[in-house]
Design a protein around this ligand. Structure first.
Ligand code: PGA
Length: 252
């Protein structure tokens, strides 16, 4: 089964509108050259509209880093799925480890957000991953399976197939400590087995990204593994040359 590689940039709380749109020429040049892969950019809410407009007509997707689970209402400071599609987003990250562990989002909240993203017809990237203490205790697979079970509960198979899963071990995010290709592949294989058993036959075509200190130097070794279908890149996605170098490594 050949799955198109997806290289996604999670810009977190970085870049103004001017800084975000300054990235566009490099992205346009990259997609013209790298025909076989998909690119997606996740800027702050505030940059979604400008970036979606600047990338219109290209295959580069623009998404948001989070959404609220309700379609509207008295939720001060929150943004709904419909607002994101209205601004030009086609994707959204759900359950990033910084939302789970810094902002305190539970598995239940992540599940509600995943359902809301699918209802809004956004393509979600569902992030899962264990803490270092959980890995040290040998519980990494159990933690990731618990996160998957909670998020996919009640999601119909044809909807579930639209989800991209990102395995991001928390100890590898922003630390410079990347998972070894063997460890990443072991978990990606486990995620695919879980999806086959619980989502169904569509699991074979679902993309599973790796995230956590990906850079131009380690990308080729990771992407060579069977179940690594792309990357969710934080720090190394902030500079166009470094992001494009990762996309090049992934396009082989
Ligand atoms: P990093 O972040 O590449 O800076 O480790 C990845 C992520 O948080 O998605």
């Amino acid at each position: 089964m050949s799955r198109r590689k997806l290289i996604a940039a999670n810009w977190k709380m970085n870049k103004t509108v001017a800084e975000a749109t300054a990235f566009v020429p490099a992205l346009r040049a990259a997609v013209a050259r790298l025909a076989g892969i998909d690119l997606a950019i996740f800027p702050s809410f505030f940059c979604v509209r400008a970036l979606a407009d600047a990338l219109a007509g290209t295959s580069v997707a623009v998404g948001a880093q989070d959404l609220h689970w309700e379609p509207n209402g008295a939720f001060t400071g929150e943004v709904s799925g419909a607002m994101l599609t209205d601004a030009g987003a086609t994707m959204v990250i759900v359950g990033h480890s910084e939302r789970r562990h810094v902002m305190g989002e539970s598995d239940e909240i992540v599940a509600r957000k995943l359902a809301a993203a699918l209802r809004a017809r956004l393509a979600p990237i569902l992030c899962v991953g264990e803490l270092l203490s959980e890995r040290d205790a040998g519980n990494e697979k159990a933690v990731v399976e618990r996160q998957l079970a909670s998020a996919f509960q009640g999601v119909a198979e044809e909807m579930a197939a639209r989800v991209v899963v990102a395995y991001e071990p928390v100890w590898a995010i922003g630390t410079g400590r990347t998972a070894q290709p063997d460890d990443a592949e072991a978990m990606h294989g486990a995620v695919r087995s879980w999806l086959s058993a619980h989502v169904g036959a569509e699991a074979v075509s679902m993309r599973i990204l790796y995230g956590g200190s990906v850079n131009a130097g380690n990308a080729a070794g990771l992407i060579a593994r069977e179940n690594v279908d792309g990357f969710l890149v934080g720090g190394a996605s902030l500079d166009p040359a470094s992001f494009v170098a990762i996309a090049e490594a992934a396009s082989g």
